[in-house]
Design a protein around this ligand. Structure first.
Ligand SMILES: Cc1ncc(COP(=O)(O)O)c(C=O)c1O
Length: 427
């Protein structure tokens, strides 16, 4: 917020104007690009940072630019956020390697798929960290397997970037990450900006996904000469404030130190898992061992036996002022796998949704830690869960079939009082 307000007086159009403010904005925008590249350990000589709206757009962009021929495939996994699943399958033949009952990627299945498609896997794309179980795949190992098979390797860094250092590494190394996608809002910056970072050579090929002003060197009525990347891949007026906020967040996280952030988060995660293990009725998805036998993020998805996940989330929010997320976290295949829903159960749920009823969909409650959380936050969740399990729910809630959410009966909020003056209206 400070970076934004400090820069606001200079805010002007990028790459378009000769005025002083425009020059300052262009300079700041290009500087932000370098900062974001450094944050993920990109090679400034070989990689390019393309600003996008968010990870979803970055993944769509990569998928759009990737070229696959007859019989060539993209491999992704069962644990993915829908963004890292649907973007690939919109443009390419896509296959998925499996996860085990604890939600960990199966390297055996990856190896089997790589050998099944021998030489025809164009790219392997996985999340750097699961937004459901906090699971951290072995990126170095998976990158090496992908490269050995002649495939490119892409990391969806949305969930990982604020919690662990991402290092793309040297081009040519077996463990090199060819592409990374990140979102500013997952790094404590505002929504609406993100980046795709990857090899400059890759982005010089083909037609840009989005076309228009800024993407071209010259246009006639029957010919277009595309600009060089990154400009050709950022058609339209760039979101300069978004880029600056993203870069400021990257710098701030680096200054705090991602290792300190990770240590703090490990301690909190271990404490939370320990406390939750005291409840026979709470089932954590994925690895629930407080000794953290494998490193993981502080993303803890769980269910309380006998109480719908959406009701638990509603009571935590409305009665205890604890904001959690509930549902499938944009990772339906992973959730169904973790919850042990079989093909028949899955078909049944699809039928309910087609019929307009989302109230009985399976899912979970998720708490997740940022660097501002401490043990008292975990204690607050644990106390609230104790009360919920003891039946101490004061409100009465109605399940909305259209959304699956539980809403308290009769409660009215004056949400308008939070609006800034510019968009507040009477009534
Ligand atoms: C693992 C993962 N991938 C992708 C996304 C999509 O990010 P965005 O909505 O910013 O595009 C998210 C968002 O939560 C995520 O957790």
């Amino acid at each position: 917020m400070k970076a934004l307000s400090d820069f606001a007086p200079w805010y002007s159009s990028v790459h378009r104007g000769t005025g002083y403010k425009s020059q300052v904005s262009t300079y700041a925008y290009e500087k932000a690009r370098r900062v974001v590249g450094e944050f993920v350990g990109a090679d400034p000589a070989k990689d390019v940072v393309i600003f996008c709206k968010h990870t979803t757009e970055a993944l769509n962009l990569a998928a759009n630019l990737l070229e696959t021929g007859q019989g060539e495939v993209v491999l992704t996994s069962e644990m993915e956020h829908h963004s890292n699943l649907l973007s690939w399958r919109k443009y390419h033949q896509t296959d998925y390697f499996r996860v085990d009952g604890q939600g960990r990627l199966s390297q055996e299945d990856l190896r089997a798929k790589l050998s099944q498609y021998s030489g025809r896997v164009k790219l392997v794309a996985i999340s750097g960290a699961s937004n459901v179980t906090g699971y951290l795949p072995d990126l170095c190992r998976i990158a090496s397997l992908a490269h050995e098979a002649g495939a490119l390797f892409m990391v969806d860094g949305a969930q990982l970037a604020a919690h662990r250092r991402i290092h793309m590494g040297s081009h040519g190394d077996a463990a090199h990450i060819d592409f990374v996608a990140i979102s500013a809002h997952k790094l404590y910056a505002p929504f609406g900006s993100g980046a795709l970072i990857g090899s400059r050579a890759f982005f010089k090929q083909g037609e840009p996904m989005l076309v228009g002003g800024g993407a071209v060197d010259i246009v006639t009525l029957d010919e277009t000469l595309w600009n060089d990347t990154p400009d050709r891949d950022e058609a339209g007026s760039p979101n300069v404030l978004g880029a600056i906020a993203l870069a400021a967040a990257c710098r701030t996280l680096t200054q705090i130190g991602l290792e300190s952030i990770a240590e703090h988060e490990r301690a909190l995660t271990s404490y939370a898992l320990e406390r939750l293990s005291g409840f026979g009725r709470v089932r954590v998805l994925g690895c629930a061992d407080p000794s953290l036998p494998e490193d993981r993020l502080g993303v803890i998805a769980f269910n309380v036996e006998g109480i719908p996940h959406n009701l638990v989330a509603a009571v935590l929010g409305y009665e205890h002022a604890i904001g959690v997320r509930a549902g499938c976290f944009c990772a339906h295949p992973y959730l169904l796998r973790l919850l042990g829903v079989d093909a028949e159960g899955s078909r049944h749920h699809r039928e309910s949704v087609r019929g307009g009823d989302k109230s009985r969909l399976p899912g979970a409650v998720r708490m997740s830690f940022g660097l501002y959380n401490d043990q008292s936050d975990v204690d607050a969740v644990v106390t609230a869960l104790e009360r919920i399990m003891a039946g101490d729910i004061r409100g009465s809630y109605i399940a909305e079939t259209s959304s699956g959410d539980y809403l308290p009966e009769r409660t009215r909020f004056d949400l308008a009082r939070h609006l800034p003056a510019g968009i507040r209206t009477r009534g």
